[in-house]
Design a protein around this ligand. Sequence first.
Ligand code: ZN
Length: 113
Amino acid sequence: MPSGNIIRGARVGSAPVRPDERHQPAPRQDVTYWCRNDHRINIRIAADVAPPPLWDCPRCGLPAGQDEQNPPGRVRAEPYKSHLAYVKERRTAEEGEALLNEALAALRRRRGE
Ligand SMILES: [Zn+2]
């Protein structure tokens, strides 16, 4: 059976060994990412490839970025502001006074004062 000998020794995944690649791995770079849960993720990729801007954190699944101080998705630390505080941002005290007087005047008119 000559045909049986032709495929002997061949198996899935086997490839001819190229000696120059076998002992000299391609240059790599280590890239570190941080997610907003302060998980640190180190990956190693080929040196000639630009690292992706985001990497999914393997521990919590959140996107991780390369800036440790500013990981993606971190809620900006903005102090709680009341509704009044936002109103005060939009209007000066004088404007507020004028609006209040206007509203009071309208109220008094409706009451017949
Ligand atoms: Zn994480």
